[in-house]
Each structure stands twice: as structure tokens, then as C-alpha cells.
Write a protein that binds this ligand. Structure first.
Ligand code: ADP
Ligand code: ZN
Ligand code: ZN
Length: 759
């Protein structure tokens, strides 16, 4: 007799269960169960019913068929995973290292069905005379609730149910009773929830500007046409649009998407930050109307579910959102556009630690779509691929006439100190700020605090305390001890600068709040808006601050890196960068790249309107190549210099790197496991002929303990990513074997390929 079997991914997050389990598909479910179906199966002790996803179906049992259990049922309220999501999850598990179920949950846009939105209303069925009679009889019988509702309905004819039960305080029993008397009827209309709430006649000044159809310049035209021509010719290479800030990349995206829609295709547009949703949406909405939607974590379950349904049914063509919008279930996907491609938010921080760029390329290749990356400051990865011919490169080198790049000057803060200026504002910045305030023009002050980790520098000569064995700065720990987080080197705090002997050698501490106070003190009367993690706790505060500034409710916008991303404020003519080197001396090989990106992006906020812009970069380290190239707005120069370092030290993209994080609540156990992994890697890595794995560590992580869990790191590097994936697989096998022998405590191991952060 023919029988069918299914391999099932059980919905339990446990490394031990990270494999599929085989079940018999009972004949009554043959029709209903397919690959990706969400089913319930008896599992474990007591055969409790568990949810699972069908990964594959076959006619061969891989165990003794008599001992296999049967699938109990198909889950009615859960959404199955389409076959391509199972394939994508399997790819993700292999590439990034995680359990299959964690990967599957990452790629499934939505797991639970949500009922459609129902709009119920109550309609009066009686004519005026009948209604009046009924009202009188209710009043006589002291049926006050009924009377109240009738009075309102006589006026309005029909009323929304939530208003009746809410505002009017009428119970559903009362309404039902009127319904039985055939006095009213309940109408209901179902519709999709739509998170896009823009009125087309909105008086938003930005909307007016966006409405005017732009005529693309030659560079823009070349990019849009080139990408569409590639698509038509079946060349599915990724394209990188390297366009200076304000060069009109978004106009190119709009053109590409219009082309895709003409070809019957759909597009996903990724943005680095939820805070940018509204302004991006506005531009796309003006062009494509209701065919555009958004997807992000601020939506309700119902809104998310409905956007997936609309996407599946082909009712929308464009989905805008952060990283997770990648998994929008379009069936005619033509393009995935990743704006501000260099942003680190495109990498997931939890397992699987996937990168949106690589995942987009996988999805695009599965669905015959193209990937388009855009940035003024491309990641070294993307530019490297463009330079080595893996990506197509399009350059946009100019802004619109009259909106040229701002002029930039660098101010040496050490010189300011020598001249007796202890303010956080250099004399030049103060002078330019006063000028703007007098003219009624807007300014942005940017405090570069990203990744700031208590480095110690000399205020007189700019010297930074570094590890003698590694090219990273030391971090200040409790009690003043200085520690290298890459090799464990420790030394006591410096009482004076080893370079110049000055006593002014300290950790840098300055927050946006202190700076706001300083602005108020030094520029009384200036209206200031502050934007940082503290002032944007609530859901809408981002937009409130940004809209407030766009509507000229303040003269100065002060903030951290949040304010530099992609915002377009035409009235800003001055950008002040308060301490450019703060992000430079974190113990991270990407510090130079990140600093260059932040400074260039911040500078790009100036002069986007009718008046030219100026930028002041204040720094203790004016000769640093990141700062010099950012001041010259010279990406190419920066890239070449940075790439030289990466090649010398074998950091990505010159090589691939895998960070292995071992955590344990018991310090000794974590350390021992990290040591075992290190040993395993050194032994197996030596086998690789010619080019062995480079193993660094184990060492304590830079944050050695988080919430009483100790953290240890092992890093490995190799030119060939396959080798790192093999090493990861070997570690996974080792951990599984260890578990089977029962030799485990509470240690966990996480993988991060080509990490964007330090641990
Ligand atoms: P980017 O995305 O590269 O930062 P934007 O697409 O936001 O640049 O363009 C910057 C400004 O220039 C916007 O106000 C935009 O409307 C305008 N702009 C871009 N391209 C054109 C064009 N071809 N003609 C007229 N205005 C343009
Ligand atoms: Zn010094
Ligand atoms: Zn070191």
C-alpha cells in the first residue's frame, strides 16, 4: 500500500532538536498537506501536540515505518511557509549558522492569520413616522437606552457600531433587541487595514516639491536605463549606484520602479531606519498612490497580515520598509532596492545574523529579480565588488545646479585649547552659528557618539592610548584600568600623556544634553530641538521632531547619528560636527569607515536648498585619513587608503571573517568552551593546504559580561568564505556531539560572518 511521509521542522527553539523529524501523512490529510504546511504533530514525552512545518514529502520512510507517528492535523489559523521560504531558511541556516526553525521564523513575514477588518454599522429601517412611534413607546416603557439610540438614528439614519457602543454606551443586547423588532439592521463591510495614511491634498510643502515630475539628468538616466536594460537582457547582476549626497538617487529608484511596474513587476525598497519611512513613503506615494505600502515592526499584527495579503494578491507594487520587508511575499518580484546600503542596520543583531544585501541577492536569484544598491558612501564590501567587476557601478557625481556640495573646513580642537578656548564650540563654528541665527537660517549640530566606548585621549596633543600588540584603542574600565579587548592586554591608567606629558589625558564624556545646555547658555534665544535615543523613546517622537524642524519650528537641530541619515531639510545652510574623532578610536576595524560615512553624510545635510551650505568639522585629529577625505568629500581617496589597511590586516572585504561568541553564566565553562573551539579550529584549519585558517583568540569579549553572562570571542579569517562556513559546520557538529555526551552546561555559541560590530 502506498504511504506518504513528511519531514517536519518542529517549532521549538532548541539546538538539540535542530533537525527534521519524519511523520506519516494520514490519507485523510493527503490533499491538505504540502511542503510548507503548518501542521500539528505528537512530539516528545506524552505525545503533546506541537506545531511544525513540512520541509519535504516523500514515499520512503527513513526509519522503521511502524514506529513513525502520524501528523495529527493541519493548523487552521497558522500560515504555512511557501516552498521558497523553506529553501530560503535552509540557505540562511547554512550561511549564517542558526537553527532551522529560527531561520524559518526570520523569513516568514507573518505566522498567524488575522481576521479582516470589519466595519460594522447600525442602520435604521423604519420611516420617520414609525420611528417616532417606537421612540414614544420606548420612553413610556422607560427603555432609556433604546430611546437614546433611536433618537440618534432618527437624526443620522446610520451610525458606526463602535460609536454606538463606545460614545453612546449602548449594550449589544439593546441593539439586538431593536434588530429583532426589525427596527434596525447591522451592516458589515470588510476591508484591508492600510497603514498608509496620507491625504493626497496634504498641504505638506515637501509633497508639493515631490509632485513635480523631474527630468532625469544624464547620469541619472544612464543608471535607470542601464539597470532596466540589464534586467530585460536577463543579466541579473547587482548594481551599485554611488551618488554623492543629494545627487538624486531616489529619483533613479522611482524611475526603475516605474519601469518595473510597466513590465508587470513588483519592487521592494529597503530603508535603513523606520524613522525614514514617512519621508520615503511620501515621495513614492506621490508617484504610485495606493499601489505603495509599508511594512515594519510598528504595524499591528492585523496591519502586517493585511499587507502580506495585499502583496500576495498583487494589489500593491511597492513595499517600503527596513530589513524585514525583504520577506514580502510578492509573486512577481522585479527589483530589490537597498537605499543607504552602507548602514549597519541592514545586518541582523540576533540569530541568524543575516545581512540584507546578501539575502536580497539570494531572494533575487530565486525569483529572477535584480538588486540595486545606493549610497553616497558605499560600504567597502559593495564598492570592492563593483571595482572587481562583480557589481555594475553607476556614478552620480553632481547635485542639481545651484545645490552644489557645501564647503567644508576642519578646525583643530587642540589649537582651540592652546588659544584658551574651552567651549565645545570652536571660534569659527560659533561665528558661523551666530551668523545663521541672525539671518534666520537653520543649522544642524551633530555629536558623533556612535560606538563610543570610553577611549582615552590627550586633550593637548590628541594622543590616544593604544594596545602595543593590536591596532586598537584601549578601553577605560572601572578603577581607571586600560584593557585591550582583542588580545587581553591590560595596563594601569595613564596619569600623564606618554607623548607630551600633559595631565589632560582623559576619557571623553559629553552627551547631547550637556551640549543642549551649552547651546542655551552661549546662544540665548536660539530655538533648539534635540534628537537622540532619549528624546525619541515614544513611537511618533522621531517624526514630530523631524517635522518640527522641517516646518522651521527651531533654528538648531542637535543630535546623534540619527539626524544624519538621508534627511532633506532645504533650509539648513550650516552643519557643525562637534567632535569628529569620537567614533574613530573604538576598538573596531570598521571605525575609520564608519567615521568617514558619518562625516560625509552629515556634511551632505547642508546646502540642499537654494542657499549654499557650509560645514565645520571639529576634531582633535585633523590629519586622520578618515577626516581628511571626508572634509574633501573624496570617497575614492578614502576607499583606496582604507582598502590598503584591510588588505594588510586581512579584514573584510579583503578576506572573510567569522566572529564566534561563546556566552556562559559560569565564567570558567565559557572560557573552556571557547578554548576548545579555538583548539578545534587551529587543528582543522592547519589542514587547509597553502592558506590555513587564521585563528585569533580566544579572548574575553570587549563587553566581557552582560547581565551576569560571560562572553568570550574567537575570530577566524580566510579568503574563501566556504572555508569559514565549513569551520562553522565543524563547530556545530562538535557542539552536537558534546550535547549527546551530556557534557553541557548553559553555554551558547553564536556566529557572526563578516561582523559589522565589535563584541
Ligand atoms: P539622494 O537620494 O541622492 O540624496 P534625492 O533624490 O533626495 O537625492 O535628490 C535631492 C534633491 O534633488 C531632491 O530635492 C530632488 O527632488 C532633487 N532632484 C533630484 N533629481 C532631480 C532632477 N533630475 N531634476 C530636478 N530635481 C531633482
Ligand atoms: Zn599629549
Ligand atoms: Zn591588544
Amino acid at each position: 500500500m502506498e504511504r506518504k511521509y513528511a519531514d517536519i521542522i518542529i517549532d521549538i527553539s532548541h539546538e538539540k532538536l535542530d533537525k527534521t523529524f519524519q511523520y506519516v501523512i494520514p490519507e485523510r490529510l493527503w490533499e491538505a498537506v504540502g511542503i510548507g504546511s503548518c501542521v500539528s504533530v505528537p512530539f516528545g514525552k506524552g505525545n503533546r501536540l506541537r506545531k511544525g512545518y513540512v520541509a519535504s514529502i516523500g514515499e520512503q520512510a527513513s526509519y522503521e515505518p511502524g514506529r513513525l507517528k502520524e501528523i495529527a492535523d493541519v493548523e487552521k489559523n497558522s500560515i504555512g511557509a511557501e516552498e521558497r521560504y523553506i529553501a530560503l531558511a535552509a540557505w540562511m541556516k547554512e550561511q549564517y549558522g542558526s537553527t532551522l526553525i529560527a531561520a524559518l521564523k526570520t523569513v516568514l513575514p507573518i505566522k498567524q492569520k488575522v481576521r479582516k477588518l470589519e466595519r460594522k454599522s447600525c442602520k435604521l429601517l423604519l420611516d420617520a413616522e414609525e420611528a417616532k412611534q417606537l421612540l414614544q413607546s420606548c420612553e413610556k416603557k422607560k427603555q432609556t437606552a433604546k430611546a437614546r439610540l433611536l433618537k440618534e438614528l432618527i437624526q443620522a439614519g446610520e451610525l458606526p457600531m463602535p460609536w454606538i457602543t463606545g460614545k453612546l454606551h449602548i449594550s449589544s443586547q439593546t441593539i439586538k433587541s431593536l434588530e429583532r423588532q426589525a427596527a434596525v439592521e447591522i451592516l458589515s463591510e470588510s476591508s484591508y487595514r492600510n497603514p498608509v495614511k496620507i491625504e493626497n491634498n496634504a498641504s505638506d510643502a515637501r509633497m508639493e516639491a515631490y509632485r513635480k515630475k523631474k527630468c532625469l539628468n544624464e547620469e541619472q538616466r544612464a543608471a535607470a536605463d542601464g539597470i532596466l536594460a540589464d534586467f530585460d537582457a536577463g543579466r541579473k547582476d547587482t548594481s551599485l549606484i554611488h551618488g554623492i549626497t543629494g545627487s538624486g538617487k531616489t529619483e533613479v529608484y522611482l524611475e526603475i520602479i516605474e519601469g518595473m511596474i510597466k513590465r508587470g513587476k513588483q519592487a521592494i525598497v529597503l530603508i535603513p531606519e523606520i524613522a525614514l519611512t514617512y519621508q520615503t513613503l511620501l515621495r513614492f506615494y506621490v508617484r504610485f498612490g495606493d499601489r505603495v505600502s509599508v511594512m515594519n515592526s510598528t504595524l499591528s499584527q492585523g496591519e502586517k497580515y493585511d499587507q502580506c495579503e495585499r502583496a500576495k494578491k498583487g494589489e500593491i507594487d511597492v513595499m517600503i520598509g527596513p530589513r524585514s520587508a525583504l520577506f514580502t511575499p510578492f509573486s512577481r518580484l522585479g527589483a530589490i532596492i537597498i537605499d543607504e546600503e552602507h548602514e549597519s542596520t541592514y545586518k541582523s543583531e540576533s540569530m541568524p545574523k543575516y545581512h540584507a544585501r546578501e539575502t536580497a541577492e539570494k531572494i533575487a536569484s530565486m525569483q529572477g529579480a535584480v538588486v540595486v544598491l545606493g549610497s553616497a558612501t558605499p560600504s567597502l564590501e559593495a564598492y570592492y565588488r563593483a571595482k572587481t567587476g562583480k557589481y555594475r557601478l553607476y556614478e552620480l557625481k553632481q547635485r542639481q545646479p545651484g545645490k552644489e556640495l557645501p564647503s567644508v573646513r576642519t578646525v583643530d580642537l587642540r589649537e582651540e585649547l592652546r588659544q584658551g578656548n574651552r567651549s565645545i564650540f570652536s571660534r569659527k563654528l560659533r561665528e558661523l552659528l551666530e551668523e545663521r541665527l541672525a539671518k534666520g537660517e537653520q543649522s544642524i549640530l551633530f555629536l558623533n557618539r556612535r560606538g563610543y566606548a570610553g577611549f582615552v585621549s590627550c586633550r593637548s596633543c590628541g594622543y590616544v592610548m593604544k594596545c602595543p600588540h593590536c591596532d586598537v584603542s584601549l578601553s577605560e574600565h572601572a578603577g581607571g584600568k586600560l584593557v585591550c579587548h582583542y588580545c587581553g592586554y591590560t595596563r594601569p591608567g595613564a596619569g600623564s600623556c606618554p607623548e607630551c606629558g600633559s595631565k589632560y589625558i582623559l576619557g571623553f564624556r559629553a552627551g547631547t544634553q550637556q551640549i543642549e545646555e551649552a547651546v542655551h547658555r552661549e546662544f540665548p534665544g536660539a530655538r533648539v530641538l534635540r534628537m537622540d535615543a532619549d528624546s525619541t523613546r515614544t513611537k511618533d517622537s522621531y517624526e514630530e521632531i523631524l517635522n518640527g524642524f522641517a516646518n522651521r519650528e527651531a533654528d538648531i537641530l542637535l543630535g546623534t547619528q540619527m539626524i544624519v541619515k538621508g534627511h532633506d531639510f532645504p533650509d539648513v545652510t550650516l552643519v557643525g560636527i562637534l567632535a569628529a574623532d569620537l567614533s574613530l578610536h573604538v576598538n573596531d576595524y570598521r571605525a575609520g569607515e564608519r567615521t568617514f560615512q558619518l562625516l560625509t553624510q552629515a556634511a551632505g545635510r547642508a546646502g540642499r536648498g537654494k542657499r549654499p551650505g557650509e560645514v565645520v568639522i571639529q576634531t582633535y585629529d585633523p590629519g586622520h585619513y578618515s577626516i581628511v577625505h571626508a572634509a574633501n568629500q573624496d570617497y575614492q581617496g578614502f576607499y583606496e587608503e582604507e582598502m590598503m589597511y584591510r588588505e594588510m590586516l586581512l579584514y573584510p572585504p579583503a578576506a572573510h571573517m567569522l566572529a564566534i561568541l561563546v556566552s556562559s553564566p559560569v565564567e570558567k565553562e565559557g572560557m573552556e568552551l571557547a578554548a576548545k573551539i579555538g583548539k578545534l579550529l587551529k587543528e582543522s584549519g592547519a589542514d587547509i593546504h597553502g592558506d590555513p585558517l587564521r585563528v585569533i583568540g580566544p579572548a574575553a569579549a570587549s563587553i566581557g559580561k552582560i547581565q551576569d553572562v560571560y562572553r568570550f570571542m574567537v575570530y577566524i579569517k580566510h579568503m574563501d568564505k566556504r572555508k569559514l562556513i565549513e569551520a562553522k559546520n565543524a563547530i556545530e557538529a562538535f557542539l552536537e556531539e558534546r550535547q549527546e555526551k551530556g557534557k553541557t552546561g548553559k553555554e551558547t555559541v553564536q556566529f557572526d560572518f563578516d561582523p559589522l560590530r565589535s563584541y
